[in-house]
Design a protein around this ligand. Sequence first.
Ligand SMILES: [Zn+2]
Length: 156
Amino acid sequence: MTTTNIALALAYVPIPDEIASEARRTLQDRFGHQLAVARNQGPCRSCLRISKAPEDLILLSYQPLPDTNPYAEIGPIFIHAHECTPYDSPDFPADLIERELVVRAYNFDGRIADATVAAPGEAQRAAADFLRSDSIAEVHLRARSYTCFYFKVVRA
Ligand SMILES: [Zn+2]
């Protein structure tokens, strides 16, 4: 069996901008939590950049998948408290490339089909490997230790 080396074009998808805007405007998330602005450090799930002092962040609950089955988990994410530009680049987010990441592949029914832990610098390849399968709809990248959601990867 030969291995093809054809690059798969990927898109790196932050959380929807309307969710970030709504959280900043109302200081409430869609799960009824009152939100606070705090000096913190973490990757913003909108611009996919790690915050730098003195940037403030908002912690909110987010559900990356539609609520159609028990895999649609809800978890904590950070976004910048100030308006930032949602990530829109064909390249893997530079601030997260050197992190060990959890890579979860979901099928078109929103169920987990496979998962792995990618070493630093390997998450892009791991996501592409999953997305070469026609049965995989999207891949979620998450923190290795806390397993909080970071962003989605889909076919471009
Ligand atoms: Zn941001």
